[in-house]
Ligand binder design. Structure first.
Ligand code: NAP
Ligand code: HSE
Length: 428
């Protein structure tokens, strides 16, 4: 049996998953690509750490040159994370004619364009299936299987940690902090959970998907981003009562030649397939002009699901043989001025105010919404808590800027204690 040597850069959650998939599924892998794939060198930071006893100690190294300068290593799998030195190592691997597989969403989102060009110039492949939605083969689907479509919209639950938190807060009425701790213990959250809960992680993934689907060289700064730290059990209770579920949705949508790019907590109708995506699962819901509606569902994180995606990329490289074939992404096709600013977005909104419960206050608030053309579809006020009570509105479809103007005026009313939350509603 012919062996193909790969160099693994990183042996944490994903690296060990790649290694495990190569071991456990070796028969299937040989059947699919004709090679036994061997991780002949594994780069780590700390050589003194206890490692998997099935691997000879000599396989581990803390010197990247042992992989980069090894002419027998044809494919480098970067699963270290971070921008540097991962970027430098990938560029060096490309320069030396090696193909690269990576799971690094932050790197691909920030420097993917440059790295893909470098790979193309060097006639090697750079594949990154594991960088978005872990085990779900969404990159391949958009790049290849859906390439005959004009993509109208992508809506994704792209972060497992936040989906786990929101799902548990909904089903078990748990507090945010307690569930976050659980998500960290289960290994879903990034080392610094800020990236998850403030939606940077989902925004990186959306950057990659939007680039593929809409051909624009979008950066994370072009994406409106709002995390889940402001979602309270009371918002979840109102959502349930109104027939919605709150999800952190990453949305890329083309309307009349303009593209909306945003990640924020969203009310979605509880009958929508995305509403049923619980626990730490991910899902990507796509509308294409020929294919119609599609939903991809699966594990977006973890050693084996992510390992499955990365090893799938290795097999694609081996099977395709002719490197340039798969580097077909065309970017910068559209002007970035086509990205819609949030103020001009149209939609429905959930607004929760804390008010002093004084007769006449509802009328004053309703007339300020009316002043800015914001029409209301539901109003709920429950209980008579002291000193303030929650007053909840769902608007009809309106322009976001009008809601912001109305709320600026409403916040000035002496009876209004605070604008407790504003959450966008997608009646998909
Ligand atoms: P991780 O568990 O922290 O593992 C990182 C590995 O890289 C460790 O083995 C570490 O060495 C090594 N490493 C880090 N910096 C290094 C350096 N400068 N030089 C040499 N080795 C270095 O990370 P992970 O969760 O596997 O994530 C890896 C990548 O996959 C990230 O880009 C992440 O965003 C992405 N990703 C992760 C998941 C997931 O489920 N975790 C899913 C999809 C994508 P030591 O072992 O010596 O510390
Ligand atoms: N922290 C990420 C998540 C890991 O929760 O989805 C996968 O990218």
């Amino acid at each position: 049996m012919q062996k193909l040597k790969v160099g693994l850069m990183g042996f944490g959650t994903v690296g060990s998953g790649v290694w495990r998939v190569l071991q456990d599924n070796s028969d299937k892998i040989i059947e699919n690509c004709g090679f036994e794939i061997e991780a002949s060198k594994i780069l780590v930071r700390d050589l003194s750490k206890k490692r998997n006893g099935e691997i000879a100690r000599g396989v581990f190294t803390d010197n990247p040159l042992e992989i980069l300068n090894d002419e027998n290593i044809k494919i480098v799998v970067e699963v270290m994370g971070g921008i540097e030195p991962a970027k430098e190592y990938i560029l060096e691997a490309i320069k030396r004619g090696k193909h690269v597989v990576t799971a690094n969403k932050a790197l691909i989102a920030s420097h993917g364009d440059m790295l893909l060009k470098a790979a193309k110039d060097a006639n090697v492949k750079l594949l990154y299936e594991a960088s978005v939605a872990g085990g779900i083969p969404i990159i391949h689907a958009i790049k290849e299987s859906l390439s005959a479509n004009r993509i109208n919209s992508i809506m994704g639950i792209l972060n497992g940690t936040t989906n786990y938190i929101l799902s548990k807060m909904t089903s078990e009425k748990m507090e945010y902090d307690i569930v976050l701790k659980e998500a960290q213990e289960k290994g879903y959250a990034e080392a610094d959970p800020t990236s998850d809960v403030e939606a940077f992680d989902a925004a990186y993934k959306l950057t990659i998907l939007a680039r593929l689907a809409f051909g624009i060289d979008v950066k994370i700064e072009d994406i409106y981003r709002e995390g889940i730290t402001n979602i309270s059990p009371i918002d979840i209770e109102y959502a349930t009562e109104l027939g919605y579920v709150i999800k952190l949705l990453a949305i890329a949508k083309e309307t009349n030649g303009k593209i909306e790019l945003k990640v924020h907590p969203t009310f979605i109708p509880k009958g929508h397939p995305l509403a049923a995506v619980g626990d730490a699962f991910n899902a990507v819901y796509i509308k294409g002009n020929a294919v119609g509606e599609l939903m991809f569902y699966g594990k977006g994180a973890g050693d084996l699901p992510t390992g499955s995606a990365a090893v799938g990329d290795i097999i694609s490289i081996i099977r395709e043989g002719t490197p340039n074939k798969m580097i077909t992404q065309v970017i910068n096709e559209k002007d970035l001025s086509n990205i819609k600013d949030m103020g001009s977005n149209q939609g429905e909104y959930y607004v929760r105010l804390l008010i002093k419960d004084i007769p006449g206050i509802l009328g004053k608030i309703a007339s300020l919404f009316g002043k800015y053309n914001v029409s209301l579809s539901s109003v709920i006020q429950k209980g008579k808590e002291e000193p303030a009570v929650s007053l909840v509105f769902i608007t009809h479809e309106t322009i976001e800027l009008n809601v912001q103007y109305a709320l600026t005026d409403i916040a000035k009313l002496p009876e209004v204690v605070s604008i407790a939350n504003v959450i966008r509603v997608e009646n998909i």
